[in-house]
Design a protein around this ligand. Sequence first.
Ligand SMILES: Cc1ncc(COP(=O)(O)O)c(C=O)c1O
Length: 477
Amino acid sequence: MPDLTPSSTVNDGLSMPGTVSGVQTPTVKDPARFLTPKARKTEADGIRGLLPLEKPGVVSFPCATLLVLPSSPSPRRAGRPNPHTFPFASITLNLKPPLSTSSEPAASSGPTTLEIAGEDLEAALQYGPSAGLPQLRGVLEDLQSTVHKREKGTGWTVSVGSGSQDLMYKGFQTVLSPGDPVLLETPLYAGALPAIRMLGAELVEVDVDEQGLSAINLERVLASWPEGKKRPRVIYSTPTGCNPSGCSASRERKLAVLEVCKKYDILIFEDDPYYYLTQNLIPSYFELEKQVIPEGGHVLRFDSMSKLLSAGMRLGWVTGPKALVHAIDVITSGANLHTSSISQVMAYRLLGHWGISGFVSHCTAVADFYAERREVFEAIARKHLDGLARWVSPVAGMFLWIDLSPAGITDTYELIRHEAYEKGVLAVPGYAFYPSGRKSSHLRVAFSVCDMEKDVDLGFSRLATAIKDKRKQLGLE
Ligand SMILES: Cc1ncc(COP(=O)(O)O)c(C=O)c1O
């Protein structure tokens, strides 16, 4: 008989249904201390809990929907819909020739074809583990270990999600209870807000400077935290090519932020979908953490394939302390079971074909592509907005965060909603990126897909006219 003894309270995939064993209080160094009491107690459902017990010699009767954990010894034996009934004989991926980079011309090789058949097709069409297919997780672990210089097997792990958005949404659920304060760099990616608001957390703004999250502002907020009030334990930041501010935190800035996080015992949500969209990669919080906090455990990192392979594949991955990543897996098991296996197989076949160095050179080519666009876009913006606006010239990402205070405009919402829209141009007013909805003199424009030849020039000329009209209205001209 297999041993059915329940295991620890954080999901390791071996716990049995409804068997919340004695909830252990995490120690000071245990990353599980960042989890809410609920997240610490909740385990995967009963089917999932049984799966790791499958092994040769044990007859496993099929379940209607079967959820398989990566630790399952024989995932293919488990009960699932019978693939005989699926109408797909194979999937063929036709790859474009590699993009050229600034240092390497476009490869002369033609398109490549990857055929997904046999075991890969089976995996692509079936239910899979909540944390992601082991093949893909293995590749991603190698990638993280190589790029972020973190040794494997040292307390961190990787799980796959339906975009980094999905994983962040779940991540916030594991660390925030109603009323908990959470530190947010501001302006921040507006897409992070609904999840945090739904949890009833208290949103605490920490203003960025020209390098993104400011260690000084962070220290100021934490040092002046009211006596007796529940302290924040999490900070959210997009450190590279931030959406919307376009700022990137340098290595030195990140080290300074990590020092503050160490001092006040704060977990960093490193939301970094633009990490590779810069021509000189900046060491991540996940990499630098070891220098400041040798035991680690203070960074939960979110990566995304959206800007690198395809946004529609909905593929992201979270990297961080096992206890925190597994708590996210538990939510996945109850929310969407797992990320599309088809997307995962596409990714691991592609990454297998490229290897880590091929993936990184693809990313370099993507970074070069956006850098070229950024240069043209900024030159046109300068031509029209000179004297009316200023911005930090981004070294990464796809956004310009344009400050109209040189033109005397303090609220871009009014400008965009009326003067700009009437002239036929739209941009996102800055207030959308502040939880408090405060008035902002900024607006966000993206240079990722617009038509450089005609739309950009027209758009900025209309915007300049709108600004001048507004100035007249305000009695500034
Ligand atoms: C800062 C930031 N985080 C997360 C996301 C969501 O990325 P994904 O497509 O991986 O869910 C975006 C999307 O634009 C973003 O700008």
